[in-house]
Design a protein around this ligand. Structure first.
Ligand code: IPM
Ligand code: MG
Length: 361
C-alpha cells in the first residue's frame, strides 16, 4: 500500500528548508520507485492567513491519515499578538496531541569538523553524540486544570504538571530501548527534590530498570543537567525527561553542536506514525534569503525513512551523504568560517550528487 506523506512547510525558513527536503525525497521516489503519496498543506501562520486557523480540521484529518508528517517551522512576529488559539504554535501542539506523538527523539551530535562553530571548547564537545527522549503529549504543557483567573484580586494563572504511571512507562520504555541500541546509558532527569510528579517519575523509572539490566540508569535533577550538559556533555548517552524539562534541555544540547540548523527530530506515537521536524524554528530574521541551513530538515527526512517509512537503508544514504557534504568543506552560512558559503537551494542538489556518486562506487 502507498505510504502517505504530508508536507507542512509552515512559516519563515520552514518553506525553504522543506523545499530542499522534498527535492531529496523526490529523488528517492523516482530512483527507488517508491509508492508514496505526497500531499502539501499550510500550517501555522501561513494557514491562519489563508483559512483563519493555524491548523484546519481538514489538515488535521490528512495528518491523521498520513504515515509521515514532514513539518518545517511555524511562527513569526506578525502573529505574536493573536489570540491564544490562533497562534501558530497551537498548530504544533494540536498535531502532537491529536496524533498522540508522545515520544520526541532529539539527537544532538557534532560533526567534529564543525567543532569551532560550537560555543564550547573543542575538547569538551568532540565526538558529542547524545539522544534526548522528551515526553511530548503530557506534563505541564497539557495538564488540567489550567487557566487565568482575572476576576479575583490578585489575578492569577496556573498550570498542572501531571503524569500518570502509564505515561511515564511508555516514554521510559522508548528511552530504555534507545539506550539498548546505543551505549546502554540512560539518565532520567526531573526535579525529584521539589516536585511530587518528579518523585513519582523517578520511582516508576527506577522500577522499570529491572527489565533492562544491561542499561546503566542514573537520575539527575534538571538544573544540574543543564549545567552538566555544558560542562561535560559526553557523560550522556540517552537522556529521558518530561515535556517541559525536555524542551529546555534539548535546546541546550542543540546549541552544543554548533548550529541548531543541523539537528533533526522525530515525534512518534508508538505505532509507526511520526512527525519529523528540524529543531530550529522559523527564524523570521533570515527567512526568504536563501541562507538557512536545510540539513536539519533533510536529516529529519532521514529519520522519517528510518522510523515511519521502513527504509532504514535510505536513511543511512542521506546520513552518510551529509557527512561527506560536511567533510568536503561545504558550509551553509550558519556554520561558515569564511565569507564564502553554500546557499539553501544549493544543498539538496549537492547531496543528491553525492548520493549518486556513492551509488556508483
Ligand atoms: C519545541 C518548541 C515548542 C515547544 C514550541 C514552539 C511550542 O519550543 O518544539 O521545542 O515548546 O515544544
Ligand atoms: Mg523548544
Amino acid at each position: 500500500m502507498a505510504k502517505q506523506i504530508l508536507i507542512l512547510p509552515g512559516d519563515g525558513v520552514g518553506k525553504e528548508v522543506s523545499t530542499s527536503a522534498v527535492e531529496v525525497l523526490d529523488y528517492f521516489i523516482s530512483e527507488e520507485n517508491l509508492d508514496f503519496n505526497i500531499i502539501e498543506a499550510e500550517i501555522g501562520g501561513a494557514s491562519y492567513e489563508k483559512y483563519g486557523s493555524p491548523l484546519t480540521d481538514e489538515t488535521l484529518d490528512i495528518a491523521k491519515n498520513s504515515d509521515t508528517v514532514l513539518f518545517g517551522a511555524v511562527g513569526g512576529p506578525q502573529w505574536e499578538d493573536l489570540e491564544w488559539d490562533l497562534r501558530p504554535e497551537q498548530a504544533l501542539l494540536g498535531l502532537r496531541k491529536s496524533l498522540g506523538l508522545f515520544a520526541n527523539l532529539r539527537p544532538a551530535f557534532l560533526f567534529n569538523e564543525l567543532a569551532s562553530a560550537s560555543p564550547l571548547k573543542n575538547h569538551i564537545i568532540e565526538d558529542l553524540d547524545i539522544l534526548i527522549v522528551r515526553e511530548l503529549t503530557g506534563g505541564v504543557y497539557f495538564g488540567e486544570p489550567r487557566g487565568l483567573v482575572e476576576n479575583e484580586d490578585p489575578k492569577y494563572a496556573f498550570n498542572t504538571m501531571i503524569y500518570n504511571e502509564e505515561e511515564i512507562r511508555r516514554i521510559a520504555t522508548v528511552a530504555f530501548k534507545a539506550a539498548m541500541d546505543r551505549n546502554k546509558k540512560l539518565c532520567s532527569v526531573e526535579k525529584a527534590n521539589v516536585l511530587e510528579v518528579s518523585k513519582f517519575w523517578r520511582e516508576v523509572v527506577t522500577d522499570m530498570s529491572a527489565d533492562y539490566p544491561e542499561v546503566a540508569l542514573s537520575h539527575q535533577l534538571a538544573d544540574n543537567t543543564a549545567m552538566q550538559l555544558v560542562l561535560n556533555p559526553n557523560q550522556y548517552d540517552v537522556i529521558v525527561s518530561s515535556n517541559l524539562f525536555g524542551d529546555i534541555l534539548s535546546d541546550i544540547a542543540a546549541t552544543l553542536s554548533g548550529s541548531i540548523g543541523m539537528l533533526p527530530s522525530a515525534s512518534l506515537n508508538g505505532s509507526g506514525q511520526g512527525m519529523y521536524e528540524p529543531c530550529h524554528g522559523s527564524a523570521p530574521d533570515i527567512a526568504g534569503q536563501d541562507i538557512a541551513n536545510p540539513i536539519a530538515m533533510i536529516s529529519s527526512l532521514a529519520m522519517a525513512f528510518e522510523y515511519s517509512l521502513e527504509r532504514k537503508d535510505l536513511a543511512q544514504k542521506i546520513q552518510s551523504a551529509i557527512k561527506i557534504f560536511i567533510n568536503q568543506g561545504n558550509r551553509t552560512k550558519d556554520i561558515a568560517t569564511s565569507e564564502e558559503f553554500i546557499r539553501t537551494s544549493e544543498v539538496a542538489p549537492i547531496l543528491i550528487e553525492i548520493i549518486q556518486n556513492e551509488q556508483k562506487n
